[in-house]
Each structure stands twice: as structure tokens, then as C-alpha cells.
Design a protein around this ligand. Structure first.
Ligand SMILES: C[S@@+](CC[C@H](N)C(=O)[O-])C[C@H]1O[C@@H](n2cnc3c(N)ncnc32)[C@H](O)[C@@H]1O
Ligand code: SF4
Length: 390
């Protein structure tokens, strides 16, 4: 794709104003098949859905995106590299002029696979990690040896010069490791670190204390960002903290040379402030259903039968463009509805927690040990195991 980015500033300001005819960015779960089994997976990934878009349908969606003015596509899953046609999709996407990114768990991703992606035009690769300790990362992700793969993929991607991001879900398992992961990412030459609060959706959901876990998880996430802000300061790395919202946050460890170009991609999610629903992005399911955000699980249309421009006019998105509703993922978690304001937005966490029914006493909750917080059901592998999952 062309690296002339003079158009981007106006494009992003139109996105912010909510005047674009299509979203700037699509986060596309191209398959629900996955070779790992993370206990918190928001996509509840395991097996391929029977109605997954096939290659021809996926190509047609990319063409619709390009025709609409959408600029940035991120392939995720499940594990997108499990799809045999992923290189063709990346190739087609970049041929159409779409800035194309891909998120991977790294497992079995040998150097030649990364090379093929880069040769197909991939511009950004994101790799997920949960801890510097193999025992923790591997048990959270469900496969022994997966941390080694993650590290190797990051190293080779940086070497190949594709923009590389490392993504950390803040949980009771990852919390302690986050400063070390930050230092490791800086040392490896990683360009972007993404911190994600754990959203109690998909496989993370279903516990009696999901609402409590969401409020505590948001605190843990903000606390982690504040710790990174202190670490980043002497290195000249700025760490933004959106105190009220707690939406996934990008941290530029190395500002891109072509700054606006890359910032434009991430503005679809991690680098712009405020809720992105209705302004910056959509999330696409394997069967073409469109969700307002990867963490807001309600369909607003299907790309098999409607264009992205048409779906972008959905009443829910128009409402989100007109009102500041907070985080719609949290509206869903706390009320079961996406069309109401987020009850945790700008609210005092201690008051919210006090208003929830008291947690069940005892049970199999992990002990606090050395953790700087009291463990909450849902935010750790141990608590999912105690529920009989994981
Ligand atoms: C669903 S994964 C798909 C891509 C790939 N399989 C991977 O693991 O990176 C996309 C990203 O979402 C993160 N994620 C998964 N479940 C989450 C949740 N409940 N809340 C926040 N982020 C989550 C993952 O850690 C990963 O960084
Ligand atoms: S609903 Fe909005 S604030 Fe919440 S995660 Fe999605 S984009 Fe961020």
C-alpha cells in the first residue's frame, strides 16, 4: 500500500466526528478454530464454525471494505494462521490497498510463515503473551512450550522489519509480570505494547461474579497502566491512561517513522481515546456477522447480505455516535444490553462493589498470597479451574 499519508489526518478527524460512510477499521475473527485454549478467550475459540465465510466470500468482503473507504483490516481468531487461505487473504487485502495486520498466538509459527505473511504485504503483526514465566503463560494458554514460540515469533518479526506489537491481557496471572514484559518488549525492539483489560465475555464469562470481576479487572488494568507510566517516563515512552473508560490501550514503545500511517491503524482501536463504537471500528465474526466492538457481542448485520456501509448506519451505532454511553462492552456485562449506558462509567469502583451482592464465602477461591489484591472469581486461571473449567 502507498505510504503517502497526507489524507490520514482529515480521515481520522472525520472518524472522530462520526461523519464517515464506513468504519476506518475492521477487527475480523476469520476463524474460531484455535490450537490453544486460553481460559479467558472472548471469542470462545476452539473449533471452526460450520458457517464460516469461505475464501471467495472473504475476498468479496475485502472488496466491499475497500470500496467503502474502510482502510485498516486486522485478521484475528481463533488463530488466523490455522486458516489455510490466510496468505491469500492477506495478499488480496493489501492488493486492494487496505493496511493489513494479523494477531497470532505464535504456536507453531515458524520463521517461513512470518516471511510469507510479510511477502504477502502484512504491515503489522501482534503477538499475545501472559507472563515472562513459561509455567504461567503456558498454563494460561493451555499448551506447554507456547511461551517459547511467542518469543521466537516476536524476535523474527522484529528482525524482518514488520511492525510488531505485543499484547497482554491484564489478569491476576499476568499482573506481576507486566513490568518485566514491558522491559522485555523494549529490549526486543517491539514497536507497540497493547494492554487489554480482561472483558468478561466469551469463555471468560459465566461466573456468578462476572460483574465484580469486571470492576476489579478494570482497576487492575488502570493500575498496570499507571505502573508502566512510571517505568516509561525515564525512557521517554508515554503511557496514556483513560481513567474513566478502561478500553484496550496502545503504548508506542518506538514511534513509527511514518507516524500517521501506523497511528491511523491503531486508531481503529488502541491509540484513539474514548469508546470506538460507531466511529472507529467494527468487529466481524467468522460467519460475517458484525459486532460494534470485539467485546460487544450483539449482531448489527451480516456481511453476506449487507454492505459494510449499510451496516454502519445501524441504529445502535448511530446512537453511540450521538451520545457518550461509556463502554458498551460493560453495558452488556452489567445489564445484558448494549443499547443502554455503561453503569460503571465515571462511577466510583468502591461504591459499585459495595452495591453488588456479597460474594459467596470460602469456596475454592485462590488465596491472596503475595498478591496486592484479593482474588476475584473469574480473573485467574485458578478460579476458572475451581469452577471446573480450564
Ligand atoms: C482472541 S485472540 C485471537 C488471536 C490469537 N489467537 C491470539 O491469541 O493472539 C486476540 C487477542 O484478544 C485477547 N483476548 C482474549 N480474550 C480476551 C478477553 N476476555 N478480554 C480481553 N482480551 C482478550 C488475546 O489475548 C489476544 O491478544
Ligand atoms: S465498547 Fe467501546 S470502550 Fe468498550 S472496549 Fe469496545 S471500544 Fe472500548
Amino acid at each position: 500500500m502507498s505510504h503517502d499519508v497526507s489524507w490520514l489526518e482529515q480521515y481520522m478527524s472525520d472518524a472522530k466526528a462520526g461523519t464517515l460512510a464506513a468504519p476506518p477499521s475492521a477487527w475480523w475473527i476469520v476463524t474460531r478454530a484455535c490450537n490453544l485454549n486460553c481460559y479467558y478467550c472472548f471469542a470462545d475459540a476452539r473449533k471452526k464454525d460450520p458457517d464460516e465465510l469461505d475464501t471467495a466470500e472473504a475476498m468479496a468482503v475485502l472488496e466491499d471494505f475497500a470500496a467503502s473507504g474502510l482502510m485498516f483490516v486486522t485478521f484475528l481468531g481463533g488463530e488466523p494462521l490455522v486458516r489455510k487461505d490466510i496468505y491469500r487473504l492477506v495478499d488480496h487485502s493489501t492488493d486492494l490497498g487496505l493496511y493489513t495486520a494479523l494477531l497470532t498466538n505464535g504456536l507453531n509459527v515458524r520463521e517461513d510463515k512470518i516471511d510469507r505473511l510479510v511477502d504477502a504485504g502484512l504491515e503489522m503483526i501482534g503477538v499475545s503473551i501472559d507472563s515472562t514465566e513459561a509455567a504461567t503463560h503456558d498454563s494460561v494458554r493451555g499448551v506447554r512450550g507456547s511461551l517459547d514460540w511467542t518469543r521466537r515469533v516476536v524476535r523474527h518479526a522484529v528482525r524482518r522489519g514488520v511492525r510488531t506489537s505485543v499484547r497482554i491481557v491484564v489478569s491476576e496471572d499476568s499482573y506481576e509480570s507486566i513490568p518485566d514484559l514491558f522491559r522485555w518488549a523494549v529490549d526486543e525492539g517491539v514497536e507497540e505494547l497493547i494492554l487489554l483489560p480482561m472483558f468478561m465475555v466469551g469463555r471468560a464469562a459465566g461466573g456468578a461474579e462476572d460483574r465484580r470481576a469486571d470492576i476489579v479487572g478494570k482497576r487492575l488494568f488502570l493500575d498496570s497502566l499507571r505502573r508502566l507510566r512510571r517505568l516509561g517516563e525515564p525512557l521517554g515512552i508515554s503511557v496514556p491512561v483513560q481513567e474513566t473508560l478502561a478500553c484496550p490501550q496502545g503504548i508506542e514503545l518506538r514511534p513509527p517513522t511514518d507516524r500517521h500511517h501506523h497511528a491511523g491503524h491503531a486508531a481503529g482501536f488502541e491509540l484513539s481515546s474514548g469508546c470506538k463504537v460507531g466511529r472507529f471500528m467494527i468487529s466481524v465474526q467468522p460467519n460475517g456477522d458484525v459486532y460494534p466492538c470485539p467485546f460487544v457481542h450483539t449482531s448489527i448485520g451480516n456481511l453476506r447480505t449487507r454492505s459494510v456501509t449499510d451496516i454502519w448506519r445501524s441504529p445502535l451505532l448511530r446512537r453511540a455516535r450521538g451520545e457518550d454511553l461509556g463502554c458498551l462492552a460493560r453495558s452488556m456485562i452489567h445489564t445484558g444490553r448494549a443499547d443502554v449506558a455503561d453503569p460503571t462509567y465515571r462511577a466510583d469502583a468502591a461504591r459499585l462493589l459495595a452495591e453488588l451482592p456479597a460474594p459467596a464465602e470460602g469456596g475454592d477461591r485462590p488465596a491472596a498470597g503475595d498478591l496486592p489484591f484479593v482474588p476475584v472469581d473469574g480473573l485467574s486461571l485458578a478460579s476458572h479451574r475451581a469452577r471446573g473449567e480450564g
